[in-house]
Design a protein around this ligand. Sequence first.
Ligand SMILES: *Cc1c(COP(=O)(O)O)cnc(C)c1O
Length: 390
Amino acid sequence: MKKIHRETLAIRGERVSSAYNEHAQALYLSSSFTFKTAQEAQELFLGERAGYTYSRTANPNVDAFAMRLASLEGAERGIATATGMAAIQAVFMSFMQAGDHLLASKSLFGSSIGLINTLHRYGIAVDFVNQNDLSQWQDKIRPNTKILFVENVSNPLCEIADLNSLANIAHQNNALLVVDNSFCTPVVQQPLLFGADLSVSSATKGIDGQGRVMGGAICGASALIDTVWGHIRTSGEVLSPFNAWVLSSGLETLFVRMEKQCANALELALWLQNQPQVEKVYYPFLPDFPQYELARKQQTMGGIVLSFAVVGGKDNAWKVVDNVELFSRTGNLGDVRSTITHPYTTTHARVDDKEKIACGITSNLLRLSVGLEHIDDLKDDLYNVLSKLD
Ligand SMILES: *Cc1c(COP(=O)(O)O)cnc(C)c1O
C-alpha cells in the first residue's frame, strides 16, 4: 500500500472500537479486565498473551492515543502519562540512577528545572548549559552523563538547539538525547528525525488544544519505551482513559489547528515588528531571527509561540497584559484561544533577576501563544493597547 500521510494517520491511525461499530472511538473506563480462565490470567500477567489486566499497567484508550501520537512523531512506540511533568519524571527515573549525571538546557520549562533541582537527593548530578551554545554541551558532558535534555523551541525566547549536533554529542558518550516537544508538537517538529532518542510532550498544550485535560507522552524506539513502561506501570504515572480519549480526538484536528495557528503567529510577528512601541520580536520564522536557517531545517513552520519586548519596561508590559480584551491572561499555551503572559513575573518569577536578564528574559518582554481567532481581531486588540503606551 502507498505510504499513508501523517495527516491521515492523525485521524485514522491507531483506534479503539467495540462490537457496536461506533464511528467515534469507544471509551473503556474500567480499572480492571476479567479473564476467562486461570490459564489465560497467567498468560496475560506473564505477557505471553496480548490483552489487558489492569488500567495502571495498560488500557486500550491510553495505548491507542500513545500509538497514534508515536506514528506522528515517526517513532516505533509511545507511552502516555498523567501530565507532561510525569513524562519527564518517568524518563529521568527510567534511565538514571545514583552516580549518574544529567546535562540540561538552562532554557527549560520552570517545573522541569524545579524537578531537575531535586535530582541531587537521589545522587544524580546536574549541569545546566546554554541551549544554543554547542561548546558548552561538549565541555560539560562527562563519562557518567546519561541524558542530554533540551526543550525545542525554548520558552519564551524561541531559542533553537541544533538537534543533529546534540545527538552526536550524546551518542559519542552513549547518552540519550531527550527533547521536550510540547511547544512544537510533531506537526511542526519531529525530533527523532534529527537524531533525538526520545520526544516527550505535555499533551496538555497543543495536542489537547482546547485547555480541557492534562496529559503527557514519551515516544521513541520500542526498547526504550519498554524500559519507561517498566517504570510507569509500577509508579502509577499513567494517563486516565478518559483523558486519552479526549487527547485522541485532539490529534484528529492537530494538523489544521497548528497550520492555522502558525500562520496567524507568523503574521502577527511580522506586524508587531512594524509597531513603534515594539523594540524586538522573537519568532523563529522571521527572516532576521538569528537561528532562522536552523529553524527552517528542523521545523515545518514557525510554531505558535512568539515573544516581543515593548518600550518603557515592566510598567508598559503590565499595561498590555491588563488591557487586552481578546487575549486570555493565562500561562497555558497551544490553545485555540490566544493567550498573553509576562514571563518575568509569572513563568520565570522564581528565577533570580540577574539570571533572567542574562538569558534575555527582560521585564519588558511579553509572550503570546497564538490561537485561531481572526488575525485582524488579534492585531486590533494589541493595537488598541500598544498605541496608548507612553
Ligand atoms: C506545560 C509544559 C510541561 C509540563 O506539562 P504538564 O502537562 O503541565 O505537566 C513541560 N514542558 C513544557 C515545554 C511545557 O510547556
